[in-house]
Design a protein around this ligand. Structure first.
Ligand code: SF4
Length: 490
């Protein structure tokens, strides 16, 4: 399997895509989100915290730019030698007693996990946070096979009870208010006389419910933030400690990770860790950084008997050697989401798939197909904030622009938009006509009756959400420019 990354830098992974094979209705979903007062309240509360904490964490170090450069160098180098490091990782993990599986598609990943569950006669699975399992919709596959599956990350646990997908890549339940979480717990748990009126009480309640699940689980599944090639280890970065319990208590542990997560060694991993927590949660380092390197040894007191790592491609090898290879540098810190004016206004669910915000607007079309997600490259104001805050220097606006071009080439842009853009292009290439049209437009806009008519009957959908400003200009820009040039000469 690893030959695939050696012999064909363009990649030739299966065309099978993951997740919901459906058109993602960003426009409709975002309109709905804007009218949802509870969601707006939750988003408002979350937004400021992330931005302030990140700024402070960055200000606290002498030269964050040099940290960023080191992390970017690690990723550039690894992507240039991806096959080599994946092979090294595989060899070393096997030496440690672990097993490596290769999955081209999310369906293959699910089948590998179902096969392990079947062989071990597993009835109960616990999960740490894993975006790869979200890509594969793994919970649904496990439940369909009659396996009880429980998310152990607090945010994931909440949205599992709510039967919703995550709305943020590091804070999956960011869209929920405390009151909503309390209602979910009241509905799902047998509370007795336990109170749920504070956040601390809610955390205690989740801990109580999860304790037994940890003890009874047959298999634990986690993600991995990085894979260390020269030790054959999976690195897990968490704040709750649930990842470690998921990895060590059940008799089998499965790590799900995508191929670009590999890095050469621990030093390289440290370079990425330095920018990851600061960009994500504004911490110098997260509470737990665990290295999982295989099954328990003969003298170990705990740990799983079986240790598996499943490496998922899911279109990533197709990005190698293309401008979209940049996306493989993403360390899923979430900074671009937290600083995006669109994400902050509509939240994650409007994006319709696993990855929201600017990084999702690039990744989703690449993974699920541009046709299904053609709204997403347009869900950007191009303010450039995402690129500015991205620790890996990913040129997100440029990648979105390239996807827009692709959309145009593949005739996926709505007919009305295409006609408007083509007409505009033609007009600006003919200055006399452009000049004449601007004069007419100004006259229309300065005439209240005419402008109201246009707003009401011609550009209805545009004006539905906007107010027509009063136009008192003394002429078009060109007219005023000519006039002032003449005055200067005389
Ligand atoms: S694109 Fe950059 S800022 Fe956004 S999640 Fe990835 S690494 Fe973080």
């Amino acid at each position: 399997m690893v030959e695939h990354y050696k012999s064909n830098p363009q990649g030739s992974a299966s065309n099978s895509t993951s997740g919901p094979h459906q058109t993602l209705f960003f426009k409709a979903q975002s309109s709905h989100a804007l009218l949802d007062n509870t969601l707006q309240e939750a988003l408002k509360k979350a937004k400021g915290g992330f931005i302030e904490k990140r700024s402070k964490a960055i200000a606290d170090v002498e030269n964050f730019e040099s940290y960023k450069q080191q992390a970017q160098l690690v990723k550039n180098h690894t992507l240039d030698h991806l096959a080599y490091y994946l092979t090294q990782f595989e060899d070393n993990l096997i030496k440690n007693g672990g097993q490596v599986h290769w999955a081209s598609t999310p369906e293959q990943l699910n089948n590998i996990i179902l096969h392990i569950c079947e062989r071990r006669d597993a009835k109960s699975v616990i999960k740490g946070k894993s975006m790869i399992s979200e890509e594969a919709n793994l919970n649904a596959a496990l439940e369909a096979a009659g396996i009880d599956v429980t998310e152990t990350d607090l945010g994931e646990y909440i949205i599992q009870l709510a039967k919703e997908p995550p709305s943020h890549i590091i804070v999956p339940a960011i869209h929920k208010t405390r009151q909503q979480v309390e209602a979910l717990f009241r509905n799902a748990h047998d509370l007795g006389d336990r109170e749920l009126d504070t956040i601390a009480a809610l955390v205690d309640e989740a801990r109580l419910q999860l304790r037994q699940k940890f003890l009874n689980a047959d298999i634990g599944i986690t993600g991995a933030n990085m894979l260390i090639a020269d030790t054959g280890s999976a690195m897990l970065v968490t704040n709750e400690g649930n990842g470690d319990l998921t990895a060590t208590l059940p008799k089998a542990h499965i790590v799900t990770a995508s191929i670009e997560k590999v890095v050469p060694d621990l030093e390289s991993a440290s370079a990425i860790l330095r920018v990851l927590a600061r960009s994500a949660t504004g911490q110098p380092i997260t509470s737990y950084t665990s290295l999982l390197s295989g099954p328990r040894g003969i003298e170990d007191l705990d740990g799983p008997e079986e240790f598996h790592v499943i490496l998922l491609d899911n279109q990533r090898s197709q990005m190698l050697g293309t401008p979209f290879e940049e996306m493989l540098k993403c360390i899923k810190c979430g900074a671009c989401l937290n600083h995006c004016p669109i994400y902050s206004a509509v939240g994650g669910h409007a994006y319709g798939w696993v990855y929201p915000g600017p990084m999702g607007s690039v990744l989703t079309p690449l993974m699920t197909g541009l046709k299904q997600s053609s709204d997403l490259p347009n869900a950007s104001t191009f303010c450039g904030r995402c690129e500015e805050v991205c620790p890996m220097g990913i040129p997100l606006p440029e990648l979105l622009r390239q996807l827009r071009n692709k959309e145009h080439e593949e005739h996926l842009t709505p007919r009305k938009t295409r006609i408007s853009l083509q007409s505009f292009m033609w007009t600006i290439q003919h200055p006399k006509i452009f000049y004449w049209l601007t004069q007419i437009t100004r006259k229309v806009l300065t005439n209240t009756t005419l402008s109201q008519f246009f707003a009401k009957y011609i550009f209805t959908s545009w004006y539905n959400s906007k107010e027509l400003p009063k136009n008192n200009s003394k002429g078009t820009f060109m007219e005023q420019y000519k006039k002032s040039s003449k005055q200067k000469k005389t």
